[in-house]
Design a binder for this molecule. Structure first.
Ligand SMILES: Cc1cc2nc3c(=O)[nH]c(=O)nc-3n(C[C@H](O)[C@H](O)[C@H](O)COP(=O)(O)OP(=O)(O)OC[C@H]3O[C@@H](n4cnc5c(N)ncnc54)[C@H](O)[C@@H]3O)c2cc1C
Length: 457
């Protein structure tokens, strides 16, 4: 009797280096690929607009890649706890395999499904694919999670190298030819219709596994050698641009790690890049141990921060890139048009919102969540809290990015500004909505309410 294997795809929309798919091939039974759009389960954060747009393209691309193995990607919408066992029962699946997720609600869902399926005699298997190091593998000598990046990354680097990428399974994979109903991708309406705000995103990105692998290769050939200095210059295209591909798992961090580690580039450039992957690991490590990262201050002292009522005009000026500060406005417009923003400018725009406009970091985090194509459940809140000063190993609160000085330092020839906010290179630039020095002083006064030491519980 045929007992098909379901490979349940989630944040791993790729064929290359996909341990669940490799294990399915080893099982030797026909394979059904499944993706569940779960917008119902409690605790699952609804995707932002730009991420939904990306997901459409990524699922389209994955279904084409799987078709070359005669595997059909089955699309279902609904609570995963209901849908996955239903599909398993419909096709009398012998096994359901997946690559792990690390957010608390997702882990709870997966654990429940595993118990349910095992209870009905279905084999379940989960694999490590999205992170280089499982969060429980990297702990301090006292068995607690790391809260500071440098020792965290040192500990990671002292472990054996992450495993090498697994090649795509070859002829051992075969599709299931029984009937399984699938919803139509376009019926999910993941892409905007009217107005179609995503044309700039479409001009900027090529979605999918093939594009991700090409981008990785091009980055290594053309930019890795100068990464250490080039990564801070927003007008240069010197960073990898891999973040949305990593977010959706179109490329694995193992594939990227090994390609960079063995590349012919100066050791310092390679290490700097690998440590950026390390920040991604650290963000996920933090989310694993602190699941409410997007809503609660990691450092509880920050609960005492006296946020004034949010000024909607200021928030809107920031979102639209009309603050009167060239670098901030250029970044916010780059974000709106392309679904991304250079890392240096992300730090400057975030600092401006929190420390010059005194708007709670959660407002900014939500805007980025909605507009970034790489919006990531760990990296986004982690970095917002880092900038705000409330997070793990955060920049100290008094370190406030001055947008004018940042501009002279990182965009001295105004190339980035000229591209996204050209009115700032005119003689008559827009008026600032707040002055830097007094708003900075107000932020520092408010910060005095934050206790220096954590109160004993
Ligand atoms: C306020 C703020 C919000 C952010 N939100 C996100 C987010 O939602 N998703 C996201 O992937 N990154 C986020 N970042 C981190 C960083 O800005 C992006 O990862 C980076 O700009 C992506 O460009 P790249 O792929 O060319 O990076 P590269 O410089 O080529 O770096 C390689 C990879 O390392 C990882 N990485 C680099 N920097 C960081 C970092 N600081 N934290 C975590 N991972 C990092 C990314 O996966 C990136 O693709 C945020 C940063 C800030 C300051």
């Amino acid at each position: 009797m045929i007992e098909p294997t379901i490979v349940w795809f989630r944040d791993d929309l790729r064929v290359d280096d996909n341990p669940a798919l490799v294990a399915a091939a080893e099982r030797g039974e026909p394979v059904v690929a499944l993706f569940v759009l779960d917008e119902e389960s409690e605790g699952i954060r609804p995707l932002g607009g730009a991420a939904r747009w990306w997901l459409h393209g990524s699922l389209h691309s994955l279904s084409q890649d799987l078709a070359s193995f005669d595997i059909t990607l089955i699309l279902r919408r609904g609570a995963a706890q209901r849908v996955v066992p239903t599909v398993a029962a419909e096709i009398s699946a012998g096994a359901v395999l997946w690559n792990r997720r690390y957010g608390r609600p997702e882990r709870d869902i997966d654990a429940t499904i595993k118990t349910q399926l095992r209870g009905s005699g279905v084999t379940c298997g989960s694999f490590a694919a999205s992170l280089l190091y499982e969060p429980w593998e990297v702990q301090t000598t006292t068995g607690t999670p790391y809260s500071v990046f440098t020792p965290f990354w040192r500990a990671c680097r002292e472990l054996p190298h992450p495993r090498g990428p697994l090649p795509p399974p070859s002829s051992a994979l075969s599709g299931f030819d029984g009937a399984v109903t699938s919803e139509l991708l376009r019926s999910w309406e993941l892409r905007p219709t009217s107005p179609d705000w995503a044309t700039g995103l479409a001009d900027t990105w090529t979605i999918g596994e093939e594009a991700a692998l090409e981008r990785c290769e091009e980055f290594i050939d053309d930019h890795l050698a100068e990464y250490t200095t080039g990564r801070d210059v927003p007008s240069q295209n010197s960073t990898s641009g891999l973040s949305p591909h990593l977010r959706w798992g179109e490329i694995s961090p193992h594939r990227v790690w090994h390609a960079v580690h063995s590349a012919e580039a100066p050791a310092q450039a390679r290490e700097t890049f690998l440590s950026e992957l390390g920040w991604r690991e650290f963000a996920w490590h933090t989310l694993y141990y602190f699941p409410s990262l997007a809503t609660r201050n990691l450092r509880p002292q920050f609960d005492h921060f006296p946020w004034p009522p949010c000024d909607p005009a200021h928030l809107s000026a920031w979102q639209r890139g009309n603050t009167g500060y060239g670098l901030v406005d250029a970044g916010m417009r780059e974000l709106w048009q392309t679904g991304t923003m250079h890392n240096r400018v992300r730090m400057v725009t975030a600092s401006f919102l929190v420390k010059n406009l005194l708007i709670d970091w959660r407002q900014g985090e939500r805007w980025f969540w909605d507009t970034l194509v790489d919006a990531d459940a760990a990296s986004n809140p982690f970095n917002w809290q880092w900038v705000a000063g409330s997070g793990a190993d955060a920049a100290p609160y008094f370190r406030i990015f001055n947008p004018e000085r940042q501009q002279s330092r990182f965009d001295p020839r105004h190339r980035y500004i000229a591209r996204w906010a050209p009115e700032y290179i005119d003689d008559d630039p827009p008026e600032p909505i707040v002055q830097i020095a007094p708003s900075r002083r107000a932020a520092l006064r408010a910060f005095e309410n934050v206790p220096r030491k954590q109160h004993a519980p």
